[in-house]
Design a protein around this ligand. Structure first.
Ligand code: ZN
Length: 429
């Protein structure tokens, strides 16, 4: 995923968390990982997930967006305490690392957001996260409603504590939820904060037809037009979904450099629609990929997300649309650029951080092995369980398909316990 898209054969030498040599002839090091006949690639990058929802997997199925939010997700998010949130985030990080994702842009929740950062910190994953902001959501449970002042004050506190922490591996991005839950004043304050500190802004836009219609009734505009008018659009803004856009809004995305987080599985499962990604790409809009939340996917596996992103466009745009190499670029170097991190991650090059994964095509579903064209293998054949090693900042976090930084057996027990307690508190049991 360097500029020339070179595919190399040889050793990779890593020192102090940095890739020093590609195609290296060195054979000695403190640790040598044997990867013969395997594929090494940059760690995958997801530009839209919700770690706070991992524990809600299987608790909100077969619903459309607004019912999904009001009947299930908001009551469950409102019922989180520190321990259930920590468990949810740790489970999410574990699943992401096991399936080859090394970097995420995460939307947090309204309360106890500290727990999400603690879990990110513990797991070793690279992440940008932020407390979710909802200062104008009368239809949400009281526990998720807060004043603009309280939301911004908590945002500042968390930002001071976590932005650029863990050697720069953790960053903060304010995360107003979507137009229907935020006041104009909140959008203005978030924009000012992001401008003054150079952070991203992370939110949702134009996910569902009814939601887009409500936004139009409320503001007289489409989502992106509204954001553009509020000064929220720009190269450091990431909008999840962007399915229901006017032609003018597609142009506004391109003109402003605003990035789109495409989440095809969630868009299919919530029956939201299919974003016109090939058309956006042709116009020059920046697009990355994400699995969104486990209750609308139902997993965080980027290999299946890449495959879906490619396949759903082909019946409309033709078999050559969304070619494998392009989709892999969206999941690596282009995702890194959207997060403002492409100088350090997103490709395997000397001087970049050692965020990489090793794929072991050792099972029949990916045979025959070692063809001349690895991109199609990676997109259409490889599965999450083929991830053999995951390395972030030079640290091995998955070794031979098992988590290193997280105790899987303890996590399994704790997950069942916390999920039961969460459902009880939310009144769903
Ligand atoms: Zn989302």
């Amino acid at each position: 995923m360097n500029q020339e898209r070179e595919v190399c054969t040889g050793n990779i030498y890593i020192e102090n968390g940095i890739i020093r040599e590609m195609d290296s002839t060195r054979v000695e090091a403190d640790e040598v990982i044997e990867a013969r006949d395997m594929l090494v690639l940059p760690g995958l990058i997801q530009v839209h997930v919700h770690l706070c929802q991992t524990l809600m997997r299987g608790m909100a199925d077969d619903l459309a967006l607004l019912d999904w939010l009001r009947k299930r997700i908001w009551p469950l998010e409102a019922a989180h305490d520190f321990d259930s949130l920590y468990c949810s985030a740790l489970l999410g990080c574990g699943e992401l690392l096991l399936s080859g994702t090394t970097t995420i842009l995460d939307m947090g929740t309204v309360n106890h957001q500290e727990a999400v950062f603690e879990a990110i910190n513990h797991s070793g994953i690279r992440a940008i996260s932020g407390k979710c902001l909802m200062d104008n959501a009368p239809d949400a449970p009281p526990a998720l409603q807060e004043s603009t002042e309280d939301g911004m004050q908590e945002t500042l506190k968390l930002l001071e504590r976590w932005h650029n922490q863990a050697g720069g591996r953790i960053r903060y991005a304010p995360a107003p939820r979507f137009v229907l839950s935020c006041s104009r004043r909140l959008w203005e304050e978030v924009r000012e904060l992001a401008d003054s500190l150079g952070t991203l802004i992370h939110t949702h836009a134009a996910e569902n037809r009814d939601e887009t219609e409500l936004v139009r009734q409320l503001t007289g505009q489409g989502n992106v037009e509204f954001f553009h008018q509020m000064g929220v659009c720009g190269p450091r803004t990431v909008l999840a979904h962007c399915i229901w856009l006017s032609e003018r809004e597609e142009e506004l995305l391109q003109e402003s450099g605003t990035a789109v987080a495409h989440c095809p599985s969630a868009n299919l499962k919530l029956a939201s629609g299919v974003a016109r990604i090939p058309r956006l790409l042709e116009k020059g809009v920046r697009v990355g990929l994400g699995c969104d939340g486990p209750p609308c996917n139902n997993h965080l596996d980027m290999f299946s997300e890449m495959r879906t992103a490619a396949l759903i466009q082909k019946p409309v745009y033709g078999a050559t649309a969304m070619p494998a190499e392009k989709v892999l670029a969206m999941a690596t170097i282009e995702g890194a650029a959207i997060l403002g991190w492409d100088r350090e991650i997103g490709s395997l090059e000397p001087g970049k951080k050692a965020d990489l994964i090793i794929i072991n095509p050792g099972r029949p579903h990916s045979w025959p092995r070692l063809k001349h064209q690895p991109y199609a293998d990676l997109l259409y054949q490889v599965k999450a369980e083929d991830v053999w090693y995951t390395v972030v900042d030079g640290k091995v976090l998955v070794r031979e398909g098992r988590l290193v930084s997280i105790d899987e057996e303890h996590l399994a027990r704790e997950t069942d316990r916390q999920a039961h307690r969460l459902m009880t508190r939310a009144g769903l049991l």
